[in-house]
Ligand binder design. Structure first.
Ligand code: PLP
Length: 410
């Protein structure tokens, strides 16, 4: 067994060797600035155009010009929402969900403080949206709707086609954060009701620090970063050439292998899930088990602390997560599980295993072997924890997302 078993691929993925090979010369050899007229520049700008075609193909965009390179998913989300708001200054309502990644949540909370009205759509116990709630929320005041494609913590997939049809029937711009979906699911923006879509390379075996924002032809979105004329004046700043070349290569490879990869990854994930449910009677899966990314398993162990499980897993070289990377290290329960009204007994004991093409059956077997003793050991220590949970449950209002002012929307 290898010494490190990496099951945290929704946080970030390993760069594929072919991607590294493709991008490395753009540091050492082809170091020109793509805006330069001389040969060093044109060699490089030509390569950026190729990468744009590769990324456009991954998402099924009609025209590569619809792809704007950014520095990450967070920038894409910010550029989309702030840009759409700037285009429609008379509209003051934003519609999003309670379970978005902090890139959207944090921004919308900030905009709420600046005077925008944010409608936070809730989810049911499986993490699914109520589309009637969306229908009712749309008004003449709505500036935009921003909804994620797939949840980074639970893997739950939202019905983007149906959502988009509702949003577009009111003539409202629709932004989708597809950071966890791109490279895992087949995407076809050309034939979908999506106006803007955010991507990030490091979630599909590309490098960190590079992403893309898809903007449908005909949609005008003012630049988020203003300065030079890069990206047709839509995103200023000298391009991250090596990163963009790497993102293009990662997109090309993902398009070729994602169907096969994720059939195999899904089978491994199911093996892990079924074995853990059988060997740990206190476990339950969080999120819809069908409409879910094939690589994601979010599983809670009753009365336990997810972080204690992670520490013991780490002693065996197994790397997983309690939620999104951005909340790792904080003991606050996940805002996604709270929005799903996960009962208090299971709220703290969530562990996310997220797989990639590099994971093997041996690794899954190894986790399945180690997990029951970890859980038993912690259960032995958790008699006190159990009492604390019972006490919390008996205290009116505590730990109940509906009763907590923040719980419903953070
Ligand atoms: N949106 C989602 C759904 C994510 O999972 C992430 C990262 O985890 C982001 C946005 C932010 O992407 P980046 O890390 O490239 O800023």
């Amino acid at each position: 067994m290898t010494s490190e078993i990496y099951f945290d691929n929704n946080a970030t993925t390993r760069v594929r060797p072919e991607v590294f090979e493709a991008l490395a010369p753009y540091y050492a050899e082809f170091y020109g600035n793509p805006s330069s007229i001389h040969r060093f520049g044109s060699q490089v700008s030509h390569r950026l155009s190729e990468a744009r075609v590769q990324v456009a193909s991954l998402i099924g965009a009609a025209d590569p010009v619809e792809v704007i390179f950014t520095s990450c998913g967070t920038e894409g989300d910010n550029a989309a929402i702030r840009g759409l708001l700037e285009m429609r200054p008379d509209k003051r309502q934003i519609i999003t969900t309670q379970v978005e990644h902090p890139a959207i949540l944090g921004l919308c909370q900030h905009l709420e403080k600046k005077g925008y009205r944010v409608t936070w759509l809730g989810v049911d116990q499986d993490g699914m949206l109520d589309l009637d709630e969306l229908r009712e929320a749309l008004t003449d005041e709505t500036a935009l709707v921003s909804i994620m494609f797939a949840n980074n913590e639970t893997g739950v997939i939202f019905p983007i086609e149906q959502i988009g049809a509702i949003v577009k029937s009111k003539g409202v711009p629709f932004h989708v954060d597809a950071v966890q979906a791109a490279g895992k699911l087949a995407l076809d923006v050309k034939n979908s009701p999506v106006d803007l879509m955010t991507l990030s390379a490091h979630k599909f075996h590309g490098p960190k620090g590079v992403g893309a924002l898809y903007v449908r032809r005909g949609m005008t979105v003012p630049p988020f970063i203003i300065g030079g004329h890069q990206e047709r004046s839509r995103r200023a700043g000298t391009e991250n050439v090596a990163g963009i070349v790497g993102m293009g290569k990662a997109a090309e490879l993902a398009l070729k292998s994602q169907k096969e990869d994720f059939a195999r990854i899904g089978a491994l994930r199911d093996q892990l899930q079924n074995s853990l449910l059988e060997s740990c009677p206190s476990a339950r899966v969080n999120g819809d088990k069908v409409k879910r990314l094939p690589n994601t398993l979010n599983i809670s162990f009753r009365y336990l602390e997810g972080e204690s499980i992670l520490v013991l897993l780490d002693q065996h070289g197994i790397c997983a997560s309690t939620g999104s990377a951005c909340t790792a290290g904080s003991s606050e329960p996940s805002h996604v599980l709270r929005a799903m009204r996960t009962p208090a007994d299971w709220l703290q004991g969530a562990v996310r295993f997220s797989l990639s093409r590099f994971n093997t059956e041996d690794e899954v077997r190894f986790i399945n072997e180690k997990m029951p003793s970890i859980v038993k050991r912690l259960e032995g220590l958790s008699a006190l924890g159990k009492l604390a949970v019972q006490h919390r449950n008996q205290t009116p209002g505590s730990d109940n997302p509906a009763a907590s002012e923040q719980g419903g929307r953070l």
